[in-house]
Design a protein around this ligand. Sequence first.
Ligand code: UDX
Length: 443
Amino acid sequence: MQLSVIGTGYVGLVTGAVFADLGNEVICVDKDEAKIAALREGIMPIYEPGLEEMVRHNVGEGRLSFTTDTEEAVRQSEVVFIAVGTPSLPDGQPDLSQVEDVCRHIARALNAPKVIVNKSTVPVGTGDIVRRWIEQYAPPDHPDFEVVSNPEFLREGSAIYDTLHPDRIVIGAANHNAAMKLIELYAPLERPMIITDVNSAELIKYASNCFLAMKISYINAIARICDLSGADVTLVAKGMGYDKRIGDQFLQAGLGWGGSCFPKDVSAMIATAESLGYDFELLKAVQRINEEQPLYFLSRMRDALGGLSGKRIAVLGLSFKPNTDDLREAKSLRIIAELLAEGAEVRAYDPIAMPKARAIFPQITYCENAYDAATGCDAVAVVTEWNEFRQLNLERLRQAMRQPFLFDGRNIYDPNKVKQAGLHYFGIGRSANAVPFVRSSSQ
Ligand code: UDX
């Protein structure tokens, strides 16, 4: 099939590469000329395992190409995916201006019947707005087009795998033929498909992401109860997760959710509910719990160290989660900003996100590895659970430090092993295993 994908962000680029890999002819479009020039050279704008190889292979096979010319790409395609950004406005609603801009181009290039597929995350009701925008900008005698919603559920860091093996494919269409086009396109994946009206498909995306965010905030609230009562949240989560009705995923207590989706989607859902006349109090609490997690972590650090001023803190992990260099809504940003505001000195290490972090925090020290970061520090704070932190030599870490405090913001260590290495352990919701607090003689 001849396709174009407009927007080469996470969703657009991965979708384009995967559809090309399945044998379609795909044109990926972006208005950013530098990005398109780099992609033509095989240079990826994002770090995503397997993406570069897939892009290079399909470009080589002549199935994948890149352009800044939206209208030419649309003219050559029977199916057009919209995958542009929908960043949050100050009121929490997504900014649809890039979607509108794309609609203007699509309208001008409608040379034959086309299926317009919305993959950008947009509030319920946007399908109708997209239809109206295209109608408005297209010439009066334009060929037919259908607007379909096909939300994306890929996760950063496993985007290729998720796109090839989705739990479900959601297709929201008002028209049978339009739905059939997408069914045909996705058939090679052999995954469950659910066909709905456009509004329901749009809501499935938000309802799913908000539910996952709720699950994480729930376990983080339970972690607080664990710290207050002396239980261990990792055991509580395990015990809950065996119940198939609950499931064991997204029950990892820690510093909370970040990234490009959950924060934006939760805000948008609250704002959409508000505009429809419903006060989504549950989701507001989910958001509040998430905002509190890094503050709680900092307060434990402050208490244990007797204040943060003058302390040297190693921050391990900067990206919002492992296997990505994405810093959007990363907990490291909040934690480092607060540490600096309170007069602490920060030594940071992340396997791949340091170049991006340097632009935000030029004043902190970027280190070679975790041991280098810990050198002369009063505390080590694990903020992102990169695999390489799981197997650290804790004795070596301890020897590099000036005070033995380990704050495990992602609960990746066995508290007993940390204790054996001579470090005081502070996890999130793991007080059952924590060593009683001992203030160092230097305070
Ligand atoms: C998410 C959704 O999973 C995906 O379906 C959607 O399309 C986009 O948003 P992503 O943002 O890539 O994907 O990351 P995800 O792996 O879901 O993690 C989101 C955040 O939740 C991360 O900050 C992560 O650290 C946090 N998290 C996740 C937890 O704190 N605990 C958990 O148990 C799981």
